[in-house]
Design a protein around this ligand. Structure first.
Ligand SMILES: Cc1ncc(COP(=O)(O)OP(=O)(O)O)c(N)n1
Ligand code: 3NM
Ligand code: MG
Length: 221
């Protein structure tokens, strides 16, 4: 299990696909292959919402997606479920303010994995870092239809607030991000953008990932 130092985490956050079976009408494994070909730098398995898989079917999909990420050396993160993350040898876990306590998750997954924590303020971000977070996810940047219980829209100012408060850990913006808004999230101080529908819902997944990859790397306006 490779250790995830700050700069490795920062690089991984660049273009972060978050997806579960409910976020696409296609085979999630094929969507992940296409997204990797387009240039995503990290993947999060987020199997939740109406129609989400459960039990053995959920674990089986997690393993299938985990193996694709391993083949391409793309970090694989499990959302919410630290036991599933350990079971499928994930590179990390992401938890929100309403999930398991970040310090407990850090203790369970060990120091060799990434721990992502959602934050909606500098105070929450500071507490997350103190609990052992490798990165913080800040959102929603814009209105989103992919998370029914999303907090009030923060906008890129939510990222700028953390940086102004001296939060230096890797930060990824999430929520409603699309090609016409990704640059603003980066300009506000994010190390990357996390998306569901802009890639998983695209007609051409590979092209959508490639376009966002070019934007976050500064190669395309
Ligand atoms: C990278 C990233 N940032 C934020 C979230 C949201 O996590 P959470 O607040 O726990 O909400 P759910 O995704 O669990 O509905 C995330 N998953 N990933
Ligand atoms: C998973 C998630 N977390 C959010 C947060 O605000 O913490 S918004 C969100 C959904 C992101 O999906 P899309 O890119 O389709 O808007
Ligand atoms: Mg959660």
């Amino acid at each position: 299990m490779r250790a995830w130092d700050t700069e490795a985490v920062r690089c991984a956050l660049r273009l972060y696909l978050v997806m579960g079976s409910v976020n696409t009408t296609r085979d999630p494994v094929e969507v992940l292959h296409q997204a990797i070909a387009g240039g995503i730098t990290m993947f999060q398995f987020r199997e939740k919402g109406t129609g989400a898989l459960a039990g053995e079917a959920r674990v089986a999909l997690a393993w299938r997606l985990r193996k694709v990420c391993s083949q391409h050396r793309v970090p694989f993160i499990v959302n919410d479920d630290m036991e599933l993350a350990v079971q499928v040898e994930a590179d990390g876990v992401h938890v929100g303010q309403g999930d398991a306590d970040a310090a407990l998750v850090r203790a369970r997954i060990g120091e060799g994995r990434m721990l992502g924590v959602s934050a909606h303020s500098a105070l929450e971000a500071r507490r997350a870092v103190q609990a052992g977070a490798s990165y913080v996810g800040v959102g929603p940047m814009y209105p989103t239809r992919s998370k029914a219980d999303a907090h009030a829209v923060l906008g890129p100012a939510g990222v700028a607030e953390l940086r102004a408060a001296g939060i230096a850990v890797p930060v990824v913006g999430i929520g409603g991000i699309a090609p016409d808004t990704a640059a603003a999230v980066m300009a506000a101080g994010a190390d990357g953008v996390a998306v569901i529908s802009a890639i998983a819902g695209a007609a051409d997944v590979r092209a959508a990932a490639a376009q966002l990859a070019a934007i976050v790397s500064g190669e395309q306006a």
